[in-house]
Design a protein. Structure first.
Length: 504
């Protein structure tokens, strides 16, 4: 069935799967958490006249903030924006990887990468952040190189890598490394000469750097070169990995947080299959390349190097979410490996196909049929799948007003249209939160009337970390205990702190 569909078929299937995971029929958005809400909030700050690096802290390049700002400018601060955006991004990825698969596969197997994407990858990567925007740009660059590596295409690939870096600076850089490696390998295979290869590599790198700096020039000028360098280079290198979610400990934490099918199907599949697929491909290529000259080895190698380049960008903190966003090339190679003749491949196709269909269709069906409640929030009507979250949002709705200043949980800013007076969205009791940021936060709380703070599990957050001399929150703790008092703890673990002068 899939094999006879136009290339848009897998993309449409992926869109519907994602849409009904994040909307209750026909169009009520489900409350989503995750990093996408932080970028959504940053987009609203840009619309209000603020800029990253100058007015609020950001450790990635500003592409994602600008996309959300544009959508808010067009449609208002509406709760459905992140939900629909994720479905669109997923459909775009499914369309591109299907196009890639059709370059060296025929028949129904060309839809397999999109099916694996809609099931295993979307199960763990359902978060419309910079990771997906940069991955789309890198995948587009890969498609540009699949047919030819001419000078114009090398320039185009470099420009797309620059675009990718405008969303995720590390992925843009590592993608350039992967494409340069492919150019070198192809020149060696085709015996085209070192000079031509060097010129193509320089053109690719130059185009990437040119687009990257041109796209960032306005923000560098607005914030200053030193603050930009600190946010883009110094902070990621020195402090980004301090929380467990930003280093290898995240693998353990992710497994503990996963529930149901995610823990026992999607999680082990992604962490095992992705590296094993690349190993299996390179072994197959080494053994069969000469005996199977009709196979498009060059194109398959390009897919592999593209995927490995993106994996390199997340290798220091390979969370499930980050791994999923760079795994589409691995799904293409997996489909190709399983399309080869053999009893083991045939059995694997059946087992994996059944699991993929169940994992793709199960979550949207569950979302539509399970318990739900609704609230009309300032950003629009939203659906809740968890009673404890519904309780918390109901309380916040009754005790806040749109436009008021608020500090705490990032997911609460945009649904209630509240304003964050500080440059940072939250605090960590690690060196991720810098002393100067704590001082700026206190100044912001003193300058603006902030009647409420909502902090996640503040009992542990507000306890000094004896084991870590890099815990910089003591001034914030002193200010909080002096000026706020705890008035409520939700079953979610979130705590409400009310200003002392706001007591009734």
């Amino acid at each position: 069935m899939w094999g006879e569909m136009p290339v848009i078929g897998p993309a449409a299937f992926t869109f519907l799967v994602c849409y009904f995971r994040s909307f209750i029929f026909p169009a009520v958005p489900i409350v989503l958490w995750g990093d996408q809400i932080g970028f959504f909030s940053d987009g609203s700050r840009i619309v209000s006249g603020q800029l990253p690096y100058r007015d609020f802290f950001q450790v990635t390049t500003p592409g994602t903030d600008l996309v959300y700002a544009l959508l808010i400018k067009c449609f208002g601060l509406s709760a459905w924006i992140p939900n629909l955006l994720m479905a669109i991004l997923a459909a775009a990825m499914a369309w591109m990887i299907t196009l890639a698969a059709r370059r060296f596969m025929v028949g129904a197997v060309t839809a397999w990468p999109a099916l694996l994407f809609a099931s295993f990858i979307m199960h763990g990567g359902f978060d419309a952040t910079h990771h997906w925007f940069s991955t789309i740009a890198v995948t587009a660059a890969m498609l540009l190189f699949l047919d030819d590596t001419s000078f114009p295409r090398a320039a185009g690939v470099g420009a797309l890598c620059g675009v990718a870096a405008f969303f995720t600076q590390t992925k843009g850089a590592t993608a350039v490394a992967g494409f340069v490696a492919y150019l070198v390998w192809k020149a060696w295979q085709d015996r085209t000469g070192a000079g031509e290869c060097a010129r193509k590599c320089l053109l690719l790198c130059g185009a990437a750097a040119g687009v990257f700096f041109a796209a960032n020039a306005y923000f560098i000028a607005a914030a200053g070169f030193q603050p930009w360098v600190f946010c883009m280079i110094v902070f990621p290198l020195k402090y980004y990995s301090a929380p467990a979610m930003n280093n290898w400990q995240v693998i353990r934490d992710d497994f503990q947080r996963q529930g149901g099918a995610g823990r026992w199907i999607s999680y082990p599949f992604m962490y095992a299959a992705v590296p094993l697929v690349y190993i299996a491909f390179f072994l197959t290529m080494r053994r069969q390349r000469k005996s199977e000259p009709g196979v498009h080895w060059h194109q398959l190698l390009l897919v592999a190097l593209t995927g490995l380049g993106m994996i390199l960008a997340i290798s220091d903190s390979p969370s499930m979410k980050r791994l999923c966003t760079v795994s589409a090339p691995a799904m293409i190679l997996l489909a190709w490996l399983l399309s080869r003749p053999g009893k083991a491949q045939a059995a694997a196709r059946v087992v994996l196909g059944v699991a993929a269909v169940a994992l793709a269709i199960g979550p949207p069906l569950h979302a539509q049929l399970r318990w739900k409640a609704y609230l009309d929030l300032p950003a629009g009507r939203m659906a809740f799948e968890k009673p404890d979250l519904y309780e918390e949002y109901s309380w916040v709705l009754a005790n806040t007003n749109p436009g008021q200043f608020f500090f705490g949980l990032p997911p609460l800013y945009t649904p209630f249209r509240m304003r964050n007076p500080a440059a940072i969205e939250g605090v960590e009791n690690t060196e991720y939160t810098r002393p100067e940021q704590v001082a700026e936060l206190i100044r912001a709380l003193e300058t603006h009337p902030v009647p409420l703070l909502i902090l996640s599990r503040s009992e542990s957050l507000l306890q000094p970390t004896q084991r870590s001399p890099s815990d910089n929150l003591d001034p914030f703790r002193s200010y909080l205990f002096k000026n706020y008092h705890l008035i409520r703890t939700f079953s979610t673990g979130d705590d409400v702190w009310q200003a002392v002068d706001a007591r009734h």
